[in-house]
Design a protein around this ligand. Structure first.
Ligand SMILES: Cc1ncc(COP(=O)(O)O)c(C=O)c1O
Length: 397
């Protein structure tokens, strides 16, 4: 069958591919520890599941909803964001989508013309570049060096007459770095001066550790500027990856176009998930706060696993991640020590020989790095580090 040029240039999601490979090995009876995927291992908190079950039982989940989501949910997202960011958003500034992934997809479809360039500070999340290409745009990686954070000078070097947008992700997948306020002010000044749209992916905003705080570039002003788009969702904060709930926040005019796009793309985000997300945002009654407990578990895992991975021969992380749930060690030395030629081969041999699934940094635009997700229980994490340690012992030349 004829396949479009567009489909032929798209690479499958590296993180999902690795995870599928690991799951297949597990299904074949091999004891693989999967640190390849960015998915919290906790079941969705009970109060959220209960709200979904109640919505189904009340017959509310049986029908189409508006394309950009139920009005009370859009309002709840606006209220939460106003309270977190000090903005003055209305429900009409919000479109609820099938995960943050669809929020990003709808955004690129709405803001990009063919040939428009989008700056992606590296390392960047795997789907940005492919989604930009699907919108006939051009992803432009921006090298950030060891800090993993872009400066105006680095962006300016890549800016052309076709530069339309910049994607910022903080706390960042895969490094866990967070831009501080001064860095954001500098980036905003640069973007405003050159009329560049900033798409800020804040999906890990609630996952910061050890007293670190997160500032969104959206907080630098008390109203939403024309050139700003906020992406967020329920997957990471509430452990709701399977429910597929995300959202995009922008000016009313942009949201109405995104909504028109969504009306043809997904029809509407799944109704039952919207009721679940609404309950998630309203929060839990009583003492036990499941969301805070999950956050604290991630923090403990980071604090346990970070020094262990840093101590592996040839694995180097000069700075401790501040948020999200990934480590992104530099393995240049490990490659030299083992004589393994490429990062891809290193990852593949670790999967085959040590039975630990990791992701090649090249999936995020940066060679000689690995992404290790610590969104799994501590015992498995420690076991995985033991296996990595043995792998290095056996392969150091
Ligand atoms: C940086 C980033 N943005 C967006 C997403 C999409 O999340 P979801 O579609 O589950 O809401 C992810 C998921 O891994 C992510 O890491």
């Amino acid at each position: 069958m004829h396949l479009s040029k567009r489909s032929l240039q798209i690479q499958p999601s590296a993180t999902m591919k690795t995870s599928a490979q690991a799951k297949q090995m597990i299904a074949d009876g091999i004891d693989v520890i999967n640190l390849g995927i960015g998915e919290p291992d906790f079941e969705t908190p009970q109060y959220i599941e209960d709200a979904a079950i109640n919505a189904i039982k009340a017959g509310k989940a049986s029908f189409y909803t508006p394309a950009a989501g139920l009005m009370p949910l859009r309002q709840a997202v606006a209220d939460q964001t106003n309270s977190d960011y000090g903005l003055d958003l209305s429900a009409t500034n919000v479109a609820v989508t099938t995960g943050a992934k669809m929020a990003l997809y709808a955004t690129f479809q709405t803001i990009l013309d063919p040939g428009d360039e989008v700056l992606l500070p590296d390392p960047y999340w795997v789907s940005y570049s492919e989604q930009i290409k699907l919108a006939d745009g051009v992803p432009v990686p921006v090298a950030t060096g060891n800090s993993f954070k872009a400066t105006p000078a680095q962006l300016e070097e890549k800016r052309t007459a076709h530069t339309r947008a910049l994607v910022l992700n903080s706390p960042q997948n895969p490094t866990g770095v967070i831009y501080d306020k001064d860095e954001l002010v500098a980036l905003k000044t640069w973007a405003d001066e050159h009329d560049v749209i900033v798409v800020t992916d804040d999906i890990y905003g609630n996952l910061t550790y050890n007293g670190e705080t997160f500032t969104s570039i959206a907080q630098l002003s008390d109203h939403l500027s024309d050139n700003l788009i906020i992406i967020n969702g329920a997957s990471k904060t509430y452990s709701m990856t399977g429910w597929r709930m995300g959202y995009v926040i922008a000016t009313e005019a942009t949201i109405s176009k995104i909504s028109a796009f969504l009306s043809h793309a997904t029809g509407n985000p799944t109704a039952v998930s919207q009721y679940a997300f609404l309950a998630a945002l309203k929060g839990e009654e009583g003492e036990a706060n499941a969301v805070a407990k999950m956050h604290d578990a991630f923090e403990e895992r980071l604090n346990t696993i970070f020094p262990l991975v840093n101590a592996l021969p040839g694995f180097d992380m000069p700075t401790k991640p501040q948020g999200a749930f990934y480590l992104f060690p530099d393995i240049s030395e490990a490659l030299k020590l083992t004589g393994i030629a490429t990062t891809a081969e290193f990852v593949s041999r670790i999967l085959d020989e040590a039975h630990v699934a990791l992701v090649d940094g090249n999936a995020f635009g940066v060679d000689k790095h690995l992404r290790i997700s610590y969104a799994t229980d501590l015992a498995s994490l420690k076991k995985a580090v033991d296996r990595l340690s043995k792998f290095m012992d056996q392969n150091i030349q």
